[in-house]
Ligand binder design. Structure first.
Ligand SMILES: O=C(CO)COP(=O)(O)O
Ligand SMILES: O=C[C@H](O)COP(=O)(O)O
Ligand SMILES: [Zn+2]
Ligand SMILES: [Zn+2]
Length: 313
Protein backbone atom coordinates (compact mmCIF):
# COMPACT_ATOMS: atom_id res chain seq x y z
CA UNK A 1 0.00 0.00 0.00
CA UNK A 2 1.38 3.45 -0.89
CA UNK A 3 1.66 6.41 1.50
CA UNK A 4 -1.79 7.87 2.12
CA UNK A 5 -2.92 11.45 2.62
CA UNK A 6 -4.66 12.61 5.79
CA UNK A 7 -8.04 13.08 4.11
CA UNK A 8 -9.68 9.72 4.84
CA UNK A 9 -7.99 9.47 8.25
CA UNK A 10 -9.51 12.77 9.34
CA UNK A 11 -12.94 11.87 8.03
CA UNK A 12 -12.90 8.70 10.09
CA UNK A 13 -11.54 10.49 13.15
CA UNK A 14 -14.09 13.28 12.90
CA UNK A 15 -17.00 10.90 12.64
CA UNK A 16 -15.69 8.64 15.39
CA UNK A 17 -14.76 11.43 17.82
CA UNK A 18 -11.18 10.27 18.09
CA UNK A 19 -7.84 11.68 16.93
CA UNK A 20 -4.99 10.46 14.78
CA UNK A 21 -1.57 10.63 16.42
CA UNK A 22 1.01 12.67 14.51
CA UNK A 23 4.48 11.79 15.69
CA UNK A 24 7.74 13.53 14.81
CA UNK A 25 10.42 11.33 13.27
CA UNK A 26 14.15 11.96 13.17
CA UNK A 27 15.84 8.57 12.79
CA UNK A 28 15.26 4.87 12.20
CA UNK A 29 14.65 3.90 15.82
CA UNK A 30 11.98 6.56 16.22
CA UNK A 31 10.18 5.46 13.03
CA UNK A 32 10.36 1.81 14.09
CA UNK A 33 9.16 2.48 17.64
CA UNK A 34 6.11 4.44 16.45
CA UNK A 35 5.22 2.01 13.71
CA UNK A 36 5.56 -1.03 15.99
CA UNK A 37 3.03 0.65 18.29
CA UNK A 38 0.68 1.45 15.40
CA UNK A 39 0.95 -2.14 14.18
CA UNK A 40 0.18 -3.56 17.62
CA UNK A 41 -2.88 -1.29 17.84
CA UNK A 42 -3.91 -1.62 14.18
CA UNK A 43 -3.96 2.18 14.02
CA UNK A 44 -3.30 4.68 11.22
CA UNK A 45 -0.54 7.18 12.02
CA UNK A 46 0.94 10.36 10.66
CA UNK A 47 4.73 10.48 10.66
CA UNK A 48 5.93 14.05 10.42
CA UNK A 49 9.29 15.62 9.71
CA UNK A 50 10.23 19.14 10.75
CA UNK A 51 12.76 21.29 8.92
CA UNK A 52 15.20 20.28 11.66
CA UNK A 53 14.48 16.60 11.06
CA UNK A 54 15.02 16.97 7.33
CA UNK A 55 18.31 18.74 7.97
CA UNK A 56 19.41 16.09 10.46
CA UNK A 57 18.34 12.93 8.67
CA UNK A 58 17.94 14.07 5.05
CA UNK A 59 14.48 13.99 3.49
CA UNK A 60 15.26 11.02 1.25
CA UNK A 61 16.35 8.82 4.16
CA UNK A 62 13.23 9.76 6.10
CA UNK A 63 10.92 9.01 3.19
CA UNK A 64 12.61 5.67 2.50
CA UNK A 65 12.37 4.73 6.18
CA UNK A 66 8.68 5.51 6.17
CA UNK A 67 8.17 3.57 2.93
CA UNK A 68 10.01 0.64 4.51
CA UNK A 69 7.67 0.87 7.48
CA UNK A 70 4.68 0.59 5.15
CA UNK A 71 6.18 -2.32 3.26
CA UNK A 72 6.81 -4.05 6.56
CA UNK A 73 3.39 -3.40 8.15
CA UNK A 74 0.92 -2.55 5.38
CA UNK A 75 -0.53 0.17 7.64
CA UNK A 76 -2.10 3.43 6.38
CA UNK A 77 0.65 5.97 7.06
CA UNK A 78 0.88 9.60 5.94
CA UNK A 79 4.21 11.39 5.61
CA UNK A 80 3.74 15.00 6.61
CA UNK A 81 5.93 18.10 6.65
CA UNK A 82 5.72 19.72 10.10
CA UNK A 83 5.89 23.54 10.28
CA UNK A 84 6.92 24.32 6.71
CA UNK A 85 7.68 28.04 6.73
CA UNK A 86 7.79 28.82 3.00
CA UNK A 87 6.17 27.85 -0.28
CA UNK A 88 9.53 26.48 -1.44
CA UNK A 89 9.97 23.98 1.39
CA UNK A 90 6.37 22.75 0.92
CA UNK A 91 6.93 22.40 -2.82
CA UNK A 92 10.15 20.50 -2.22
CA UNK A 93 8.42 18.03 0.11
CA UNK A 94 5.49 17.57 -2.29
CA UNK A 95 7.94 16.93 -5.13
CA UNK A 96 9.84 14.51 -2.83
CA UNK A 97 6.75 12.36 -2.26
CA UNK A 98 5.31 13.66 1.04
CA UNK A 99 1.54 13.12 1.09
CA UNK A 100 0.74 16.05 3.39
CA UNK A 101 2.39 19.37 4.23
CA UNK A 102 1.95 22.06 6.83
CA UNK A 103 2.43 25.65 5.79
CA UNK A 104 2.89 27.58 9.01
CA UNK A 105 2.21 31.21 8.16
CA UNK A 106 1.02 31.94 11.67
CA UNK A 107 3.85 34.38 12.30
CA UNK A 108 2.73 36.55 9.38
CA UNK A 109 -0.15 39.04 9.36
CA UNK A 110 -3.58 37.50 8.56
CA UNK A 111 -3.71 38.50 4.87
CA UNK A 112 -0.16 37.30 4.20
CA UNK A 113 -0.88 34.00 5.96
CA UNK A 114 -3.92 33.56 3.68
CA UNK A 115 -1.92 34.43 0.57
CA UNK A 116 0.90 32.02 1.41
CA UNK A 117 -1.44 29.20 2.43
CA UNK A 118 -3.55 29.60 -0.70
CA UNK A 119 -0.47 29.32 -2.89
CA UNK A 120 0.59 26.07 -1.17
CA UNK A 121 -2.96 24.66 -1.33
CA UNK A 122 -3.07 25.30 -5.06
CA UNK A 123 0.22 23.52 -5.71
CA UNK A 124 -0.55 20.66 -3.30
CA UNK A 125 -4.11 19.93 -4.40
CA UNK A 126 -3.11 19.69 -8.04
CA UNK A 127 -0.84 16.85 -6.93
CA UNK A 128 -3.23 15.12 -4.52
CA UNK A 129 -1.46 16.29 -1.36
CA UNK A 130 -3.31 17.57 1.74
CA UNK A 131 -2.41 20.84 3.48
CA UNK A 132 -2.48 21.95 7.12
CA UNK A 133 -2.19 25.63 8.03
CA UNK A 134 -1.97 27.50 11.32
CA UNK A 135 -3.84 30.47 12.71
CA UNK A 136 -2.98 31.97 16.08
CA UNK A 137 0.38 31.54 17.79
CA UNK A 138 1.54 28.95 20.28
CA UNK A 139 4.04 29.86 22.96
CA UNK A 140 7.30 27.91 23.06
CA UNK A 141 10.14 26.96 20.78
CA UNK A 142 9.65 26.09 17.12
CA UNK A 143 12.92 25.72 15.29
CA UNK A 144 14.48 29.15 15.62
CA UNK A 145 11.33 30.99 16.56
CA UNK A 146 10.74 31.37 20.29
CA UNK A 147 7.35 32.87 21.12
CA UNK A 148 7.00 34.05 24.71
CA UNK A 149 3.78 33.26 26.62
CA UNK A 150 2.78 36.94 26.44
CA UNK A 151 3.12 36.94 22.66
CA UNK A 152 1.08 33.82 22.14
CA UNK A 153 -2.29 34.61 20.62
CA UNK A 154 -5.27 32.32 20.68
CA UNK A 155 -7.11 31.58 17.42
CA UNK A 156 -9.97 33.96 16.64
CA UNK A 157 -13.02 31.82 15.61
CA UNK A 158 -14.37 34.35 13.06
CA UNK A 159 -10.95 34.62 11.45
CA UNK A 160 -10.68 30.81 11.39
CA UNK A 161 -13.86 30.57 9.31
CA UNK A 162 -12.71 33.26 6.90
CA UNK A 163 -9.25 31.68 6.69
CA UNK A 164 -10.58 28.22 5.81
CA UNK A 165 -13.03 29.62 3.23
CA UNK A 166 -10.47 31.76 1.49
CA UNK A 167 -7.58 29.27 1.45
CA UNK A 168 -9.34 25.95 0.80
CA UNK A 169 -6.99 24.36 3.33
CA UNK A 170 -7.69 20.77 4.51
CA UNK A 171 -7.02 21.20 8.23
CA UNK A 172 -6.14 23.98 10.63
CA UNK A 173 -3.82 24.11 13.64
CA UNK A 174 -5.31 26.26 16.35
CA UNK A 175 -3.93 27.96 19.45
CA UNK A 176 -5.96 27.35 22.61
CA UNK A 177 -3.22 27.28 25.24
CA UNK A 178 -0.89 24.42 24.30
CA UNK A 179 2.76 25.13 23.54
CA UNK A 180 5.77 23.32 22.14
CA UNK A 181 8.43 21.76 24.36
CA UNK A 182 8.60 20.29 27.86
CA UNK A 183 7.58 23.37 29.88
CA UNK A 184 3.99 24.12 28.98
CA UNK A 185 2.45 25.39 32.18
CA UNK A 186 3.91 27.09 35.23
CA UNK A 187 0.86 26.63 37.41
CA UNK A 188 -2.22 24.59 36.67
CA UNK A 189 -2.70 23.32 33.10
CA UNK A 190 -5.46 25.18 31.32
CA UNK A 191 -6.83 25.07 27.77
CA UNK A 192 -9.52 27.31 26.30
CA UNK A 193 -12.21 24.70 25.62
CA UNK A 194 -14.86 27.34 25.12
CA UNK A 195 -12.90 28.63 22.17
CA UNK A 196 -12.39 25.11 20.83
CA UNK A 197 -16.11 24.44 21.08
CA UNK A 198 -16.90 27.66 19.26
CA UNK A 199 -14.43 26.97 16.44
CA UNK A 200 -15.77 23.42 16.09
CA UNK A 201 -19.34 24.69 15.82
CA UNK A 202 -18.44 27.39 13.32
CA UNK A 203 -16.43 24.97 11.18
CA UNK A 204 -18.54 21.80 11.15
CA UNK A 205 -16.93 18.67 9.71
CA UNK A 206 -13.61 20.44 9.46
CA UNK A 207 -10.51 18.81 11.02
CA UNK A 208 -8.60 20.84 13.60
CA UNK A 209 -5.05 20.14 14.73
CA UNK A 210 -3.55 20.41 18.18
CA UNK A 211 0.17 21.18 18.29
CA UNK A 212 2.24 21.21 21.45
CA UNK A 213 0.15 18.36 22.82
CA UNK A 214 2.73 16.25 24.66
CA UNK A 215 1.69 15.20 28.15
CA UNK A 216 5.23 15.17 29.55
CA UNK A 217 4.61 12.06 31.69
CA UNK A 218 6.13 12.63 35.10
CA UNK A 219 7.55 9.09 35.26
CA UNK A 220 9.85 9.97 32.36
CA UNK A 221 10.80 13.34 33.80
CA UNK A 222 11.67 11.67 37.09
CA UNK A 223 13.59 8.93 35.32
CA UNK A 224 15.60 11.50 33.34
CA UNK A 225 16.41 13.42 36.51
CA UNK A 226 17.18 10.28 38.50
CA UNK A 227 19.73 9.12 35.94
CA UNK A 228 21.76 12.29 35.58
CA UNK A 229 19.39 14.57 33.66
CA UNK A 230 18.35 18.06 34.64
CA UNK A 231 14.82 18.98 33.54
CA UNK A 232 13.11 20.13 36.71
CA UNK A 233 9.55 21.41 36.49
CA UNK A 234 8.79 19.94 33.05
CA UNK A 235 5.02 19.81 32.59
CA UNK A 236 2.62 18.94 29.76
CA UNK A 237 -1.03 18.76 28.74
CA UNK A 238 -2.99 16.34 30.98
CA UNK A 239 -4.19 13.31 29.02
CA UNK A 240 -7.77 13.95 30.08
CA UNK A 241 -7.69 17.28 28.20
CA UNK A 242 -6.51 15.55 25.02
CA UNK A 243 -9.35 13.02 25.28
CA UNK A 244 -11.72 15.95 25.65
CA UNK A 245 -10.23 17.82 22.66
CA UNK A 246 -10.70 14.74 20.45
CA UNK A 247 -14.45 14.90 21.15
CA UNK A 248 -14.55 18.29 19.46
CA UNK A 249 -13.12 18.95 15.98
CA UNK A 250 -9.55 17.97 16.87
CA UNK A 251 -8.57 15.13 14.51
CA UNK A 252 -4.75 15.34 14.68
CA UNK A 253 -2.70 15.52 17.86
CA UNK A 254 1.01 16.30 17.55
CA UNK A 255 3.61 14.65 19.76
CA UNK A 256 7.34 15.11 19.73
CA UNK A 257 8.51 16.04 23.23
CA UNK A 258 7.10 12.85 24.82
CA UNK A 259 9.04 10.71 22.33
CA UNK A 260 12.22 12.57 23.23
CA UNK A 261 11.58 12.12 26.95
CA UNK A 262 10.77 8.42 26.62
CA UNK A 263 13.84 7.69 24.52
CA UNK A 264 16.20 9.82 26.58
CA UNK A 265 15.10 8.42 29.93
CA UNK A 266 15.59 4.85 28.68
CA UNK A 267 19.04 5.65 27.28
CA UNK A 268 20.07 7.50 30.45
CA UNK A 269 19.02 4.57 32.62
CA UNK A 270 20.86 2.10 30.42
CA UNK A 271 24.10 4.08 30.55
CA UNK A 272 23.91 4.68 34.28
CA UNK A 273 23.32 1.02 35.02
CA UNK A 274 25.80 -0.24 32.40
CA UNK A 275 28.71 2.19 32.26
CA UNK A 276 30.82 -0.29 30.29
CA UNK A 277 28.28 -0.52 27.44
CA UNK A 278 29.25 1.02 24.11
CA UNK A 279 27.31 -0.93 21.50
CA UNK A 280 24.74 1.54 20.07
CA UNK A 281 22.20 -1.26 19.64
CA UNK A 282 22.26 -1.82 23.39
CA UNK A 283 21.06 1.69 24.15
CA UNK A 284 19.12 2.63 21.00
CA UNK A 285 17.17 -0.63 21.34
CA UNK A 286 15.73 0.27 24.77
CA UNK A 287 15.17 3.81 23.45
CA UNK A 288 13.12 2.38 20.60
CA UNK A 289 11.16 0.12 23.01
CA UNK A 290 10.37 3.14 25.18
CA UNK A 291 9.00 4.98 22.16
CA UNK A 292 6.81 2.04 21.24
CA UNK A 293 5.45 1.87 24.79
CA UNK A 294 4.46 5.52 25.01
CA UNK A 295 3.01 5.67 21.49
CA UNK A 296 0.94 2.56 22.10
CA UNK A 297 -0.39 4.04 25.33
CA UNK A 298 -1.39 7.24 23.54
CA UNK A 299 -3.08 5.50 20.62
CA UNK A 300 -4.99 3.14 22.88
CA UNK A 301 -5.77 5.15 25.99
CA UNK A 302 -5.70 8.79 24.89
CA UNK A 303 -6.36 9.33 21.16
CA UNK A 304 -8.73 6.37 20.70
CA UNK A 305 -7.46 5.41 17.23
CA UNK A 306 -6.91 1.68 17.88
CA UNK A 307 -8.40 -0.86 15.52
CA UNK A 308 -9.40 1.40 12.64
CA UNK A 309 -6.48 0.90 10.23
CA UNK A 310 -8.37 -1.73 8.24
CA UNK A 311 -11.13 0.81 7.47
CA UNK A 312 -8.60 2.82 5.47
CA UNK A 313 -7.51 0.10 3.09
O1 LIG B 1 3.48 20.27 17.96
C1 LIG B 1 4.45 19.53 17.89
C2 LIG B 1 5.11 19.30 16.59
O2 LIG B 1 4.60 20.12 15.59
C3 LIG B 1 5.02 18.80 19.07
O3 LIG B 1 4.54 19.30 20.30
P1 LIG B 1 5.22 18.83 21.67
O4 LIG B 1 6.43 19.67 21.90
O5 LIG B 1 4.19 19.10 22.75
O6 LIG B 1 5.52 17.38 21.57
O1 LIG C 1 7.30 21.91 16.44
C1 LIG C 1 8.27 21.42 16.98
C2 LIG C 1 8.61 19.98 16.85
O2 LIG C 1 8.80 19.44 18.14
C3 LIG C 1 9.83 19.80 15.99
O3 LIG C 1 11.00 20.15 16.67
P1 LIG C 1 12.37 20.40 15.84
O4 LIG C 1 12.11 21.62 14.99
O5 LIG C 1 13.42 20.60 16.89
O6 LIG C 1 12.61 19.17 15.01
ZN1 LIG D 1 3.58 27.95 14.36
ZN1 LIG E 1 4.00 22.05 16.20
Amino acid sequence: MPLVTTKEMFKLAYEGNFAIGAFNVNNMEIVQGIVAAAKAENAPVILQASAGARKYANSVYLRKLVEAAIEDTNLPIALHLDHGDSFEICKQCIDDGFTSVMIDGSHHPFEENIELTRKVVEYAHERGVTVEAELGQLAGIEDDVNVSAENATYTNPDQAVEFVERTGVDSLAIAIGTSHGAYKFQGKAKLDFERLEKITKMLPNFPLVLHGASSVPQEYVQMCNQYGGNIPGAKGVPEEMLREAAKYGVCKINVDTDLRLAMTSAVRKLFTENPAEFDPRKYLGPGRDAIQKIVQHKIKNVFGSSGVASKLK
